[in-house]
Ligand binder design. Structure first.
Ligand code: ADP
Length: 726
């Protein structure tokens, strides 16, 4: 007679892969497993990394494979697993894809590596050679580093470094490759808050102390001291719980530099800074330090949301209205919204800060879901800049020029007072279009339905969507005419050219992602602007956000209408927000600032509201327009993008989807239609829009729809919940 097997445990393991659900494995005898543990388990011919999603009794009815091994590190928190499950459902993604975003690379959990560095030590002078001297000079200036790096910096072979060790000129030192972050000190004094700041900070502190999920909108004009206010909330969270972790989301890497410096001043320690431009090593370090609950404050771009915090107490989303929070590539998500989900799962507080909150957030504040905290005034003597328009229909610059007379006069006055000017134009390069005067041919990207932008510095035509680039041709590729290609419209390079021509003595620089191609280049431009070494800065949106230039008193918006065109229902809101941010760069210290907007349409709601300084009325009108259309937050919206390399297949499949859309009350399907970019990198795209009434669970609807469909090979389906452009 056989005895029934002893009750054993089985583990459901979610792999960081596009699989439909967690798989069951037997827990081998002697293996202690907790829910959330990181494990390896056999999957197909190999083994893979996954996370224990659930544990239950194994009745032995199935012959399960066993978990292979457990990583020696803290388990993924319950809050994190809840966040993954919830956001997967909401975004209509497989949970394994969300988990892949969290776990990142394979090596995040391997034992912490050490690295071998070389530091200087005394050496007999007679053993010195030229190349050895070069290496020692590098060490003296740059500090200890690996043999390969020292050799590279000194321009010698790595053998020289090893030779130096033998000769006694260098010592080996070994240290962990992932050094921990110093803990922040909440007791260091911050600036003395003005009364409106102190009130706001008090409200945030109460919210942090109350515990549980709480959200607040910190709604303060540019320069009202919002950062200092949320610093207080962070200090408070750390005082209440020294193990608290805090996440600060920023829309641009460009801003992290300045904010990091302020953090160091305030908390006496470097925060962990997370963004996509970082090296793999630094990211592994941050991931681990966050996972071990040693990194207290993390400042990051939107993907920092997926870091494995163990004790997240407070999230700050700065410039919450910013469109860059919407990730539109690969996994589509709105980081501000997911941050709220994350806070809810973690029972943490969240602060959304902005001078121009989004309609969505304002609506939440209005219904009382979020506390609404106001900072109506700028700090100290600084006042909000005076905004006026220049009607380009009256003050039309000469052909091929872009700065109107009133703007040029204002620039001259400003420069005479030794103050600085920012010319804002959100267009990289020299000209957004190059066309042939003879045949009218327009230079287009071969892979996308978009024009090529001319860049004079590099002498190339570049596609800003795919990165395709080519030298500017001498002949028209269509008709062969020589010297017939002409540049149409301005980019920042062209405006800078004009500024230089008009003010030959002024120091003119460009701030765009081309000139700020690296963190150092960006920092150096910002430093020089702060030190007054630049008179006229011509910048794209990188220049518009967050910076504090005390001597900047004039903003010239070259084309205030840019952004208002097109079918994007958020265009008005976004233009308004951007222009408030740009204008907000001026007059941040004692000297008053002004902003001049060149426009063809001074009566446009967004522009008129800016001049009148009447944000609330403008937002009300915009909100009503959205309500009438039933767009978010007054209705639900989802996009289904169907793409194929074969245009007929894309069309066919899109029609099939439209035909098989489930019937549901309160849901309307629009399309299929060709989206703004009908072809990207050789993929033809068709789009269906799903609009639902406010109480429709649009994710569930799209999930059900997707289940009905079996897209053939060669077809890609992308789901975008609450798409931004359509
Ligand atoms: P916001 O984020 O609202 O634009 P910041 O927090 O960047 O504003 O503050 C604007 C400027 O005012 C910064 O230079 C900041 O250091 C300074 N500042 C803020 N609060 C105070 C204060 N209470 N006393 C003195 N300076 C302050």
């Amino acid at each position: 007679m056989t005895r029934p097997p002893a009750l054993k445990a089985k583990a459901s393991i979610l792999f960081a892969m596009p699989l439909p659900e967690p798989f069951d494995y037997a827990v081998p005898e002697g293996m202690e497993l907790r829910v959330g543990d990181h494990v390896r388990a056999p999957l197909g011919p190999r083994s893979a990394r996954g996370v224990v999603w659930a544990l239950s009794a194994d009745d032995g009815s199935r012959n399960l494979k066993s978990v292979e091994s457990v990583y020696d590190c803290p388990p993924l928190s319950d809050a994190m697993r809840e966040f993954i499950d919830w956001s997967a459902k909401y975004l209509v993604q497989l949970p394994g894809i969300m988990l892949r975003n969290v776990l990142r690379s394979e090596d995040t959990l391997l034992p912490s590596p050490t690295e071998l560095l070389f530091e200087a030590s005394g050496m007999e002078p007679d053993r010195m050679t030229d190349s050895r001297r070069k290496v020692l000079d590098v060490v003296a200036e740059h500090g200890p580093d690996s043999a390969a790096e020292l050799a590279r910096l000194a321009g010698v072979t790595p053998g020289v470094v090893t030779g130096l060790v033998k000769a006694g000129g260098l010592n080996r030192i070994e240290r962990p490759a992932d050094p921990p972050f110093d803990p922040p000190d909440p007791e260091r004094p911050g600036v003395e808050l003005v009364p409106q700041q102190a009130d706001a900070a008090e409200q945030l502190k109460r919210m942090v102390s109350a515990g549980g999920f709480q959200a607040a909108l910190l709604d303060g004009v540019t320069g009202s001291g919002k950062t200092e206010v949320y610093f207080e909330a962070i200090a408070h969270a750390l005082r209440e719980d020294p193990d608290a972790q805090i996440l600060v989301l920023l829309p641009e890497i460009a801003l992290t530099r300045a904010v990091t410096a302020r953090f160091i001043l305030r908390f006496g320690a470097e925060p962990a800074v997370w963004h996509s431009d970082q090296g793999h090593k630094e990211r592994r370090r941050i991931w681990r330090e966050v996972n071990e609950n040693r990194a207290r404050i993390v400042i990051g771009a939107r993907s920092a949301l997926f870091l494995p915090f163990q004790n997240l107490r407070l999230i700050i989303v700065d410039e919450e209205h910013d469109a860059t929070y919407k990730q539109g590539d690969g996994l589509h998500y709105q980081a501000r919204d997911l941050a709220v989900v994350r806070a809810r799962a973690s029972k943490a507080a969240i602060v959304l800060a902005s001078a121009t909150p989004s309609i969505e957030t304002l609506a939440n504040a209005r219904t009382g879901r979020y506390a609404h905290i106001h900072l109506p005034d700028r700090i100290g003597k600084a006042v909000l800049p005076d905004v006026t328009t220049i009607d380009l229909r009256e003050h039309r610059p000469a052909r091929g020029l872009w700065l109107s007379d009133p703007l040029v006069d204002a620039m001259a006055e400003t420069l005479q007072r030794h103050e600085q000017v920012l010319l804002y134009l959100n267009r990289r390069g020299y000209a957004p279009l190059v066309l042939c005067r003879d045949c009218g041919h327009k230079m287009k990207s071969p892979e996308v339905d978009a024009f090529l932008t001319e860049h004079r510095y590099t002498g190339r035509l570049i596609c800003h969507l795919t990165g395709f680039s080519m030298p500017r041709p001498e002949k028209c590729p269509e008709c062969g005419a020589i010297d017939s290609l002409t540049s149409v419209g301005p980019g920042v390079e062209r405006v800078a050219e004009e500024a230089r021509a008009r003010f030959p003595n002024a120091r003119v620089e460009i701030l765009s992602s081309d000139t700020a191609h690296s963190a150092e280049a960006l920092l150096s431009l910002i430093d020089r602007m702060e030190r007054g070494e630049i008179d006229i800065l011509v910048g794209t949106q990188i220049a518009a956000k967050g910076h504090n230039f005390p001597n900047l008193t004039l903003i010239g918006v070259v084309d205030a209408d840019l952004g208002l065109a097109g079918g994007d229902p958020r265009a008005g809101e976004r233009t308004y927000q951007t222009l408030v941010q740009v204008a907000g760069r001026a007059g941040r210290a004692e000297r008053p600032g002004r902003a001049l907007l060149q426009t063809h349409d001074p009566d446009h709601d967004a522009i008129a509201a800016l001049v009148a300084g009447d944000r609330d009325r403008f937002m009300e009108t915009e909100t009503m327009a959205r309500e009438v259309l039933g767009l978010p937050p007054f209705g639900r919206l989802a996009a289904i993008i169907i793409s194929s390399k074969d245009v007929y297949q894309a069309d066919d499949e899109a029609k099939k989807w439209a035909k098989r859309a489930p019937d549901a009350e309160g849901v309307t399907i629009w399309g299929p239609a060709e989206p703004r970019y009908g072809m990207v990198r050789g993929w033809h795209r068709r789009r269906l829009l799903v609009r639902g009434e406010r109480d429709v669970d649009i994710s569930a609807y799209v999930t059900a729809w997707k289940r009905r469909m079996k897209p053939p090979a060669g077809v890609r389906i992308t789901i975008d919940i609450e798409p931004y452009s359509f």
